[in-house]
Ligand binder design. Structure first.
Ligand code: UD1
Length: 313
């Protein structure tokens, strides 16, 4: 039986967690993914070490079977995107809330030792104070933010009522290799990189002065491993950010500098449900989990650009 299960394991963050686990000595990893947005291509380099269960996370019985005998579950499966949750709220509600409930129910039934839940910084909403600390009141501004916050509350209630040990990590705009740039709902840096490699102008929603704590995927994968191992802290939530803050204008400028080009962006109206600024306070995650982000924005963006360049070739 495999010790580790990753839901959404064929996705960009889930597959980074698998790679980190395998590098760290795990012999095999169970992947649960319905391949809706996950891709087998993301598993190419680890295919011989993962057991892929093509399962929808709303399917309790199939989840139970796939999790039987495991010790740790990393719950990454979700339908992401703030604007998608506004344009088409039903699927994201069903997967992000109902699916998350079934994952926790199955994990409790098979007596998992710890479940690490992928929560989202969007739960904070617009706060004037930066950086955002775990002690702040949540104020979700979109269905996606509310759904991810509900998952966090479920993680906490599963810990207190059903004896399932859980830790939630609020991710802050994760980026890196394998993020899918193919949809208008894709993460902004993947879209920017696609544009710069094609020599095209991106569209920036608003004035481009909104900021994000862009966090490199490898740092997030390492934080997941640490959260799985830290003893105690069950039912708690931690920020999984880098601790910095970059505006979209700065990100596009840096890409132009890397490529030695000058392409003015197009500016459009601000996007519904958007948060203005987002920066993580990392103190609690550093103190309790040993969080230790290693990638500066410049370094992470350069590595990501190189990866996309090679994959386009
Ligand atoms: C939010 C969450 C993040 C979560 C993600 C899941 C916040 C602060 N962050 O990200 O933790 O992982 O949802 O999807 O809520 N933009 C453009 N042009 C584009 C695309 C996007 O200007 O072509 C802008 C958006 O309007 C936004 C910023 O870029 O201001 C980031 O957007 P996106 O990458 O979609 O992520 P968030 O919605 O910030």
């Amino acid at each position: 039986m495999n010790k580790y299960v990753v839901t959404g394991g064929a996705g960009f963050i889930g597959s980074a967690i698998e790679r980190a686990l395998l590098r760290d000595g795990a012999s095999r990893v169970t992947v649960i993914d319905n391949l809706r947005s996950g891709k087998e291509a993301n598993l190419e380099d680890v295919r011989s070490s993962v057991d892929l269960h093509r399962v929808d996370i709303r399917d309790y019985d199939a989840l139970r079977t796939a999790m039987e005998g495991a010790e740790i579950v990393f719950h990454e499966a979700a339908i992401p995107s703030v604007p998608l949750s506004i344009d088409d709220p039903v699927p994201s509600h069903e997967v992000n809330i109902n699916g998350t409930f079934q994952v926790m129910r199955a994990a409790a039934a098979v007596k998992i030792r710890r479940l690490v839940y992928a929560a989202s910084s969007s739960a904070y909403g617009d706060t004037e104070v930066q950086p955002k600390a775990e002690t702040m009141q949540p104020a979700p501004k979109s269905p996606y933010a509310l759904q991810k916050l509900t998952g966090e509350y479920y993680a906490s209630v599963y810990a207190s009522c059903f004896g399932l040990d859980t830790v939630s990590l609020r991710y802050f705009n994760v980026y890196g290799p394998r993020q899918d740039p193919s949809s208008p709902y894709s993460g902004v840096l993947s879209l920017f990189i696609k544009c710069i490699l094609a020599g095209k102008a991106p569209t920036i929603f608003g004035d481009g002065e909104q900021s994000r704590d862009f966090t490199y995927v490898e740092d997030v994968a390492q934080l997941n491993l640490k959260a799985a191992r830290a003893s105690g802290f069950s039912g708690r939530m931690y920020n999984g950010g880098n601790g910095g803050r970059i505006t979209l204008n700065q990100a596009w400028s840096l890409l132009q500098k890397f490529e030695g080009v000058s392409i003015p962006p197009l500016y459009g109206p601000p996007r519904a449900g958007d948060v203005r600024d987002s920066q993580a306070c990392t103190k609690a995650a550093v103190r309790d989990l040993g969080h230790d982000p290693k990638y500066s924005f410049e370094e992470g963006l350069r590595l990501t650009l190189e990866w996309y360049r090679a994959s386009v070739r």
